[in-house]
Write a protein that binds this ligand. Structure first.
Ligand code: PNW
Length: 460
């Protein structure tokens, strides 16, 4: 068994809309995801998160399962519309109580909470009445919401993540339209990304000015990125892969580490890419205490100066092809998951090393990694051997990256239990616990038992 540094954080992750249910209970109002999922034909079988894993009612049972697994850390997200039903104004005390109780329950078992403030469930009222992420005022609304969370939970929560995957919000929500709010536009993704970044910056500024001294916590952002491997070693394909990474991860990380968007994006997009004011630049520069990374897969990248869009992914994994002109492809020899995402642990190692080199080796956490497979219960057991191989492979890649000097400090497996996989519904099973959606029973899979052993072996 591989051995990680002594203080390595072993965790698992979920998000509010994907597991909580109780969508209209406890004073919660709808988010854009409730509205999207209840619009015909936006999700597989018109599924939605009304009930999901019923975690809102069963959180104690879930925390106990986490304790049994030996988890040191649990990453979950707060539903903004449970805290502020309209996204602004009055605080819903019932919502505060739910998360407060969840946090206490985790601490009872020495599980450290890692809290994401925004995992895609924007209060619907902010979208319909205020144009949501398109409105520059959103940074103030988000700042106020974040302030409420810091003041109510910050005595016990020391690890904050402002946003989960702003790339997904921008590209899948505003370019491809396959995620809420379902818009298809060429320019909106860049406008939305800009406001997401400003909102992140604002929340961090509030935390540092008002809470950091007394609460002594850390705060950062989580971005997602796949690896892009040059299809050939021609300079054109090598440059295409680099450009693809800059349009994917550099888009959101460069403003935080360098104070502006990548040059490749500024050159290509010109006035279509918003500009940061001096004040925004200053607010964003250095605004993440750690590098949060969600990583799932790898594709080849090739230069595509012309021709049809060559994106080949369920979720339009390239993002605005016309702007990048990078053709993505998979090697037919690669194994894939139920999402058709190639399994390529070596890409994980390369990405970690790319981040180390580009951003001066920041403290890094993989806040999500995992895979969907069509797990089945046979005689009360789930033999998810493929998931076990996947996790083993990706953790070995992480281990090699650490050996090469990457400052990787923790790993959160996605997900703790099968849940509502957004537009793809409940059939896509990512969890290391199996969820029976009829009886709401949770059963550990092979991978969970293996993960438990890894944690134990690496325990302190
Ligand atoms: C992430 N892509 O979503 C999310 O953070 C989770 O909520 C989700 O369940 C998990 O990964 C699995 O999908 C992504 O197209 C969705 O590149 C799509 C992409 C990446 C991440």
């Amino acid at each position: 068994m591989i051995h990680f540094p002594k203080d390595f954080i072993w965790g698992s992750a979920t998000s509010s809309y994907q597991i909580e249910g109780a969508a209209s209970e406890g004073g919660r109002a709808w988010s854009i995801w409730d509205a999207f999922a209840h619009t015909p034909d936006r999700t597989a079988n018109n599924e939605h998160g009304d009930m999901a894993c019923d975690h809102y009612h069963r959180y104690k049972e879930d925390v106990k399962l986490m304790a049994d697994l030996g988890l040191k850390a649990y990453r979950f997200s707060i539903s903004w519309s449970r805290i502020q039903p309209d996204g602004q104004g009055a605080v819903n005390e019932e919502g505060i109580q739910f998360y407060s109780d969840l946090i206490d329950e985790l601490l009872k078992y020495n599980i450290t909470p890692w809290v994401t403030l925004y995992h895609w469930d924007l209060p619907l009222a902010l979208h319909t009445e205020k144009d949501g992420w398109l409105n520059p005022e959103i940074a103030d609304y988000f700042g106020t919401y974040a302030d409420i969370c810091f003041s109510r939970f910050g005595d016990r929560v020391k690890n904050w993540i402002t946003l989960n995957e702003p790339w997904v919000v921008s590209i899948l929500g505003y370019a491809d339209g396959v995620f809420a709010p379902g818009r298809k536009s060429k320019d909106e993704p860049y406008l939305v990304a800009h406001q997401l970044l400003r909102s992140h910056g604002k929340a961090v500024k509030i935390y540092r000015e008002k809470y950091e001294k007394t609460q002594q916590g850390t705060i950062g952002i989580t971005n997602n990125c796949d690896w892009r491997e040059p299809l050939t070693d021609t300079p054109e394909d090598v440059a295409a892969a680099q450009k693809a990474l800059e349009f994917f991860l550099g888009w959101f990380a460069d403003p935080i580490y360098f104070g502006d968007y990548p040059k490749s994006m500024r050159d290509k997009l010109g006035d279509r890419l918003p500009k940061f004011s001096e004040e925004d630049k200053e607010m964003l520069l250095g605004s993440s205490d750690f590098f949060g990374l969600n990583h799932y897969t790898t594709l080849y990248a090739a230069d595509a100066p012309s021709g049809p869009a060559a994106e080949n992914n369920v979720y339009g994994n390239g993002g605005i092809f016309e702007d990048q002109r990078v053709a993505l492809s998979a090697d037919p020899e690669w194994k894939t998951t139920a999402m058709q995402w190639p399994v390529a642990p070596w890409g994980c190692q390369k990405l970690l090393e790319w981040i180390k080199d580009r951003y001066q080796n920041p403290p890094l956490y993989i806040t999500e990694n995992g895979c969907a497979y069509n797990d089945e219960i046979v005689n009360g057991e789930i033999k998810d051997t493929e998931r076990l191989d996947f996790l083993n492979g990706y953790l070995s890649a992480c281990h090699k990256a650490i050996g090469n000097g990457v400052n990787l400090k923790g790993y959160f497996v996605w997900s703790f239990m099968d849940n509502f996989e957004w537009a793809l519904g409940y059939s896509k099973r990512f969890g290391i616990h199996y969820m029976d959606y009829e009886t709401l029973e949770r059963t550990p899979k092979n991978s969970a038992l293996w993960f438990k052993e890894v944690i134990k072996e690496n325990g302190f």
